[in-house]
Design a protein around this ligand. Structure first.
Ligand code: MN
Length: 175
């Protein structure tokens, strides 16, 4: 595996956040659940500040192989460039009434609690389905207030390189 943090048990699912410089810049958060990358588009990117609620729009699943994709996408839909802005393993720590909830059930139920073991994103995050604007594809992503929280760092706006290759989106632009 490329770029995965060492020291976690084998077999933990992975997450990836791809910075996608399309017609509108966004960050695609993808979680390995039941053999696919379940995906959300986060326009402002993840925040480390627990006070921030970041819109995360549910989008189509991607194959696991896409987790390390970087490059240019042609065509009309999603045209632009993609880098792996963060990746690592994650733990599903969703529970209800003290009992663990499998990730697929948590997804269906509209609430996931995650522990991320990434390069830039660490610790707890909550993903919750809302009905904002009458659209149940609209979820919110919030940092849990733990050791991975940081009210000053703004990685989505200040850290622009791939954690896998060190490249930026601009490095993949057609010239
Ligand atoms: Mn995208």
């Amino acid at each position: 595996m490329i770029g995965m943090p060492a020291g976690y048990p084998a077999g933990m699912p992975i997450f990836v956040v791809q910075r996608h410089d399309a017609s509108r810049l966004h960050f695609d958060l993808r979680l390995e659940i039941d053999g696919v990358l379940v995906s959300w588009a986060v326009p402002k990117g993840p925040s480390l500040d627990p006070r921030d609620k970041r819109l995360a729009v549910f989008t189509e699943d991607h194959s696991l192989a896409y987790a390390t994709f970087e490059g240019a996408i042609d065509g009309s839909y999603g045209a632009g460039t993609v880098i792996v802005w963060d990746t690592g393993e994650f733990e599903n720590v969703t529970s209800t009434k003290g009992r663990p909830v499998p990730a697929g059930d948590a997804l269906a139920g509209g609430h996931l609690r995650l522990l991320l073991h990434g390069h830039r994103l660490t610790g707890g995050f909550a993903l919750t389905r809302t009905n904002m604007s009458g659209d149940d594809r609209n979820w919110i992503l919030v940092k849990i207030d733990d050791d991975g929280a940081d009210r000053r760092r703004r990685p989505a706006t200040t850290e622009l390189t791939s954690v896998l290759s060190g490249r930026t989106n601009a490095d993949f632009e057609n010239r």
